[in-house]
Design a protein around this ligand. Sequence first.
Ligand SMILES: [Zn+2]
Length: 115
Amino acid sequence: MQQFDGLPDSRTSLRGLTADGDEAWLIRSISQKLYRCPGCGRAVEIGMEHVIVQRIARLGGTEHQHWHRSCAEDGPMLELRQLRKVSAFESRPGKIAERGRSKAGRRRRDMRRGR
Ligand SMILES: [Zn+2]
């Protein structure tokens, strides 16, 4: 995972596929409110830098959870297939929502690459 050290960050998100074939994006974020990390069950405090795991289902629809960075590195980051860097520009909420409105085969593929 060395190629992904320190990622996602404010400029670069990561995108991969789950075992179910859904897209999963890892996006760096700062908490605006209190969340509970699905990895360890503990709080993600307000103001904490953390990782949003954003799923976009193969058939459309989105859902996301807020993870501690270290928990995401030990969980989703290891489990995802075909993980690659993508410009954070592509993982803004509006872009994700737009992507979630179409099925996987109809999504744009030529996304801007990360660094
Ligand atoms: Zn955690």
